[in-house]
Design a protein around this ligand. Sequence first.
Ligand SMILES: [Ca+2]
Ligand SMILES: [Ca+2]
Length: 390
Amino acid sequence: MRCAKADNGGTARGQRGSAMLLVLCAAVPLMVAGGTMLFAVVRERALNEQLAAEASADDAAASGAHDALALLALDPGYTGSYVLAVDGHVANVSVTAWLGDGVDNDGNGLVDDAAEADWSTITAEGVVNGAATGGQGGATDGSGGLLDAPRREARATVQAIAWFEHLTVPAAQSFYCHDPEADWNFIGTAFLISGHDINPDGTTGGAASIPGIGTPGNTVSITKQLGSTQKGRVKGQGKFPSVRKVVSIDVDSLLEDWEPHATVRYDGPLDTLGDVKLGDRTALQPQVTHAKGDLKLTGTTTGCGILLVEGNLEVTGALDFAGLVVVGGNTTFKPGSNKQVIWGALATIATVTGEDIQIGGDATIQYSSSVLSTVGDSLSGLRLKSWTQR
Ligand SMILES: [Ca+2]
Ligand SMILES: [Ca+2]
């Protein structure tokens, strides 16, 4: 019986041992699997943290560069270095003017030449958990373990090149006609072409008088087309009628130069506009408007800025425009009951055969230096040449 008991006890112990072995054997793969999963989780989290840190560094660098662009927009001559705090991170920003840095930045073979004026290079380094913010370590949940991982470091850099474009709106005469032999049709005596500097509020401007009509050739043809009672309606520099020989303007180049600044475009071949605002006439907020073909203004047109017409311009409605009008073809102001005024200047080629220019009704082209300088200043600004992020 003892032996039998002993045998039974040995069998029971053996069974327990086997069970433990089985449990261990089962646990080992589980532990291995668990460890593998844990490693994968940690690795994935580390990867996500690193990606997040790199994204934050990119954002900080971009914010730094934008901040410098805003500074340059206010002060085109700004240079210097500073640290900008960005959402708990930093951007190390530096702005270097091309002029005076001893480098041929534009590669034209000349160091610090005039072409480099108003150009700047901006470098912004975004830093996440770098030395500038106290280095690594410390990101824990207070209980150690998985969250006790080092804070991820990341750095990113933006290099931007920008320049401040100073725009001036030229006017050497109130009304420039490129063709001295153009056929004009002056109607009535209520029109006015004046090269005397007058502000839109009626006060006298500060600039010297310029010719009322300027043409790059003999003025006799134009003068002969003015009736005796009309001659006094062309005022400005010199005796009236103020029709003077002036320096030739490349009107096509003028159209080409301003066209990239256009924010409102009409594609032609003929665009007819009713009531329309081409910029803010009241606040003198300019816009550049470009018509690829002919343009007819039939309603009430107000505006400010530069109006570019590659074809013919015909105004039949009311017009109150402050700025420069450039016309690649004919210019017509149809007589009517509508006041038609341009404060600033107008240039037209008018080289096609037939009637080139019609000045009817009380159409007024009134030189205003203050309007033209306001338009130029408002259209000037900082331009971004390149933006490189790495
Ligand atoms: Ca250079
Ligand atoms: Ca330079």
